[in-house]
Write a protein that binds this ligand. Structure first.
Ligand code: COA
Length: 197
């Protein structure tokens, strides 16, 4: 079943999350040029104009196929795409999503990833049936860990030998966020209402 595209672009701080377009081919080339990004996602390490167009088309089809959302992270003032943020909803039946983000190497260190994850997370809570968003981060990836923490995610533990990246088994740190007021909290509140007055 296809997923509805948000009627208003999710935004936070200096970014908004919008659909990728043919004008964003430069972004695909910038992400592909990074030594790490092609090893962890769908961006190919070698990309020409046709490859960039095909990647953008696949991102747009994710919502139509019901597997998730893949947004351009755009600078709110210039609309230039500075990165990509995705929400995988393959486990939505179980109430779970996995988030991901990457920023062009030349645009890092300006808070774009943090703003993008805040916007992505707020948007995610509008998806019916979602109770938990997970992030899988390699322990050395301090910039990503800080991004997760800045956006309110909590560290849940180290997953040893969790997955293969670039031919090597890797440990991953699991971060997760629950809705601002999770159903479990609501149940607890109903059982123990805050004292009034
Ligand atoms: C991780 C990534 C998305 C961060 O993007 P960014 O736009 O530079 O991040 P921000 O500017 O929002 O910074 C987020 C935090 O990380 C810190 N940070 C950024 N780069 C850092 C670095 N190289 N080393 C240590 N900390 C760093 C920032 O200081 C900030 O923390 P603070 O608010 O406590 O100061 C970017 O480095 C990237 O695209 N990396 C490759 C792809 C990747 O690793 N994606 C995540 C996979 S789990």
């Amino acid at each position: 079943m296809s997923l509805a595209w948000p009627s208003e672009a999710p935004s936070a701080g200096s970014v908004l999350l919008r659909p990728l377009s043919a004008n964003d081919a430069h972004l695909v080339a910038e992400l592909a040029a990074d030594s790490y990004i092609p090893t962890i996602g769908s961006v190919p390490a070698q990309v020409d104009g046709d490859g960039a167009a095909a990647w953008i088309s696949r991102q747009l089809s994710r919502a139509k196929r019901g597997t998730g959302y893949s947004f351009a992270v755009a600078d709110r003032h210039t609309d230039r795409a500075v990165g990509n943020a995705g929400l995988s909803l393959r486990a939505l039946d179980s109430g779970r999503a996995v988030g991901g983000y990457a920023i062009s190497p030349q645009c890092r260190g300006r808070g774009y990833a943090t703003d993008a994850l805040v916007a992505l997370t707020a948007f995610a809570w509008t998806v019916p049936g979602l109770h938990r968003i997970e992030l899988y981060i390699e322990p050395w990836n301090v910039a990503s860990i800080r991004t997760a923490e800045r956006a309110g995610y909590l560290r849940e533990g180290l997953l040893r030998s969790h997955q293969e990246i670039n031919g090597v088994r890797r440990d991953m740190v699991l971060y997760a966020a629950l809705p601002p007021r999770a159903p479990a909290d609501q149940g607890a509140l109903r059982r123990n209402p805050p004292a009034s007055g």
